[in-house]
Design a protein around this ligand. Structure first.
Ligand code: FES
Length: 186
């Protein structure tokens, strides 16, 4: 068993311990081979896959995922500059994904940029919602659905929260990644 490296750990005292340990190790090996077949077979995986699975891997130090976020005038956003004017609870409109869509960064207490952004596509029939500075929530111009600053429904006809995407802040850049965050924090 590769987990033992040829040595029996000190905590293995009985035959039962030994069986539990070796069977556990075998099960883990099978699970890894099943979940990450390319890793287990020693084949090269793309940097994108590697860094999404293991962001702390040394090869990922300079890897920048997704697309850089731009302000409404198309200028690259610098994290430090953004945070000097950002206000907690007030989303900031950005663009940058290859499909030219706009998204809203969420500003949390600190202020800091949340690890997820809101895609402003209304979940009723797909119109684009806008942030209303006076009312402090998103409003859909088509049939009036309203969402709070985290994209949760306040008033219908929409029934579902606004979709999210992943945000990575790295090297003074804000990066937009077009997939959903692993966990919806709402
Ligand atoms: Fe937004 Fe209908 S499309 S409320």
């Amino acid at each position: 068993n590769s987990f033992t490296n040829g040595k029996i750990p000190a905590r293995i005292k009985t035959r039962r311990d030994f069986l539990t340990y070796t069977l556990g190790g075998t099960a883990a090996s099978v699970a890894i081979a099943y979940l990450f077949p390319k890793v287990s077979q020693g084949r090269e995986i793309s940097l994108e896959t590697l860094c999404s699975l293991y962001p702390k891997n040394s090869r990922c130090e300079n890897y920048l995922p997704g697309s850089v976020a731009l302000d409404k005038d198309g200028k690259q956003i610098e994290t430090n500059a953004l945070l000097t004017t950002a206000k907690s609870g007030i989303p900031i409109l950005v663009k940058g994904l290859p499909d030219n869509s706009v998204d809203y960064l969420i500003i949390q207490d600190g202020p800091k940029i949340a690890e997820y952004a809101i895609n402003p596509t209304c979940t009723h029939l797909g119109c684009t919602v806008e942030w209303d500075l006076e009312k402090n929530h998103f409003i859909c111009p088509c049939h009036g659905s309203q969402y709070d600053s985290q994209g949760r429904v306040l008033h219908g006809p929409a029934k579902r929260s606004l979709p999210l995407l992943t945000v990575v802040v790295k090297q003074n850049q804000v990066r937009l990644v077009a997939h959903k965050p692993a966990v919806d924090p709402r």
